[in-house]
Design a protein around this ligand. Structure first.
Ligand code: FES
Length: 124
């Protein structure tokens, strides 16, 4: 028997805009503890081994930040707070049910772009 795979991967955007940059970003002075909060919560719930959290840079949904993406399922959660993270861990990670009210609006998260369409956009 081998080492089991995780059931989930949690990708947390940890991008902070440089001082003076007008563009929004996922990490600000008001929310910079969310990564550690999530990691601690996953440990407290006993699910860190099956739902590791991974720091990422910008996932191009900055105006909806702070954001995190959960795989499998391509589920993008937005406008995160500690309270929302508590529910996401309890209901999605432990319970297996997406918290629909925290998922990004469809207009900002349309169908995946095919590699063919991406290549065409880049003139390939
Ligand atoms: S800074 Fe987080 S999605 Fe861009």
């Amino acid at each position: 028997m081998g080492i089991p795979q995780p059931a989930f991967y949690i990708f947390k955007c940890e991008q902070a805009a440089p001082p003076g940059m007008p563009k929004p970003s996922c990490v600000t002075d008001d929310n910079k503890g969310l990564y550690q909060y999530t990691a601690k919560k996953l440990m407290m719930e006993g699910v860190m081994m099956t739902a590791p959290i991974v720091r990422t840079s910008c996932m191009n949904r900055c105006a909806q930040g702070p954001v995190m993406l959960i795989e499998p399922g391509h589920t993008m959660y937005v406008d995160l707070t500690e309270e929302k993270i508590d529910r996401i861990i309890a209901e999605h990670i432990v319970g297996g049910k997406v918290v629909e009210e925290y998922v990004i609006a469809e207009e900002f998260w349309d169908e995946p772009m095919s590699t063919e369409a991406a290549r065409k956009l880049m003139g390939k």
